[in-house]
Design a protein around this ligand. Sequence first.
Ligand SMILES: Cc1cc2nc3c(=O)[nH]c(=O)nc-3n(C[C@H](O)[C@H](O)[C@H](O)COP(=O)(O)OP(=O)(O)OC[C@H]3O[C@@H](n4cnc5c(N)ncnc54)[C@H](O)[C@@H]3O)c2cc1C
Length: 461
Amino acid sequence: MRLGVILNRVFRMQHNPLFEYVIQHQNEIDQLYLILPIEDLSDAANVKRDDYEKVVKGFVHTLNQHEIYPHMLNYDQLGVLVDDLALSHVLMPQDIMSYHQSIYDYPHMKRAFENHQVKVIGQRVNHYFQPSQTLNQQQQPYKVFTSFYKANRKNLVHRHYKVDAYKQVAKIAEKGTNQAHLQINDSEDMEKSARQDWATFLNTDISDYKRRTDDISQDYVSGLSRFLAYGLLDIREVMNDLLAGYDSDEINYEAFIREVMFREFYYVLMTKYPQTATQSFSEKYRGMQWSTNPSHFESWKSGQTGYPIVDAAMKKLNRTGLMHNRLRMVVSQFLTKHLFIDWTWGEAYFRQYLLDYDNASNVHGWQWSASTGTDAVPYFRMFNPIRQSERFDPNGYFIKTELEVFDDVRPQYLHHPTRYKAQLKENHHIEIGKDCPEVIVEHKKSRDYVMQQFKNIGPSN
Ligand SMILES: Cc1cc2nc3c(=O)[nH]c(=O)nc-3n(C[C@H](O)[C@H](O)[C@H](O)COP(=O)(O)OP(=O)(O)OC[C@H]3O[C@@H](n4cnc5c(N)ncnc54)[C@H](O)[C@@H]3O)c2cc1C
């Protein structure tokens, strides 16, 4: 066969199932071409576009150092390349959820290749489980996380695989062209730095993961989501490491494994119910009359809601493309349960910015907060942003990193500045409405309104 291997979002040399496949089927391959289609991120935030480019360049640089030169081009040029190379087969990832545009995902690409009479071989590269092997007795996906977790946790086992299949690939792959005109030069090896960061986490912060995971004043989390979104690390490798260290500290390792299982849970659900990418999981809430207040949405996006924890989180997202899980819950609940704006608007905004964007985790994270999802927070549970701020950033360390105006302000005033208007003016010369925004909605009032909207429809089905 004349085989093209699609490498996007499997940006790693080691533990790469696409390379493993090539080695296992070497005898059937007459010509081998590696192809790296570049995503169009023109509608993404600069911070996300720049990060993607940095990671791609780093990967190509490392490939080149090993004498591997993939064809680089834009997705819309793929059809022509496939014809020019007269490919009979393409090998491509079948389980990536982090593409910025859904047209790059497996079902869309498979159809496009088949239209060119090219056979498609799908390979799991980015998730631990094959969805069909995780189902309940009725052969349906579990809809409650704890059931999924209990049923599938025992199937996490140490797996053996070939680490350095790329060495063999280098010997047989044809040299490609750089139609995307990327300047590679001395780009950083991002796989190496991902592996180092992951090792550091295993040697340090995991030992206090359960207790400190929600502490937003410092970063005690792993940063793994970004590595997985780009395919810089292999989930099998991650699980092997977790199982290897497990006996040294069961409580913290189990807490971490549980989180990674959420990613698998949402992935399985999304393969079965792809329509929930844009539709509420719960049918009942599909007709909800969400608010379309543009000024509220703008205030949320730019971090001008008057609730410092929400504003600091959004400013951090806009600046870095990153946000802690606790803050994702706070800002998503604020958008859906205070401003009563459709979760799909928030989901789309996160997609533009998040470096670790993953369609399944993002959609289900949003639907959890909006109470429209499966195993979601009940609609009557609504985060109070002031209380969240007091609990998870008691000294205001996080808020102060993003909202300089509060640099010297006592923590007590930070969580709800509007309540301490007079003190802020007198002691710190900070004027609410001028130096920092007035709250755009009042917590109690919006709570009552939103509860009523959900009550009118009734509990989710
Ligand atoms: C509204 C909302 C949107 C989200 N969007 C995304 C997204 O686009 N991409 C994404 O990877 N995660 C998303 N999450 C889940 C979670 O916030 C991130 O996975 C986590 O913050 C990543 O940081 P970390 O790797 O340092 O986390 P750690 O605490 O170190 O967790 C380790 C790993 O566990 C998995 N994980 C942890 N929590 C969750 C969760 N709630 N759902 C699914 N997987 C989880 C991730 O793979 C993560 O890398 C979202 C959550 C919410 C509430």
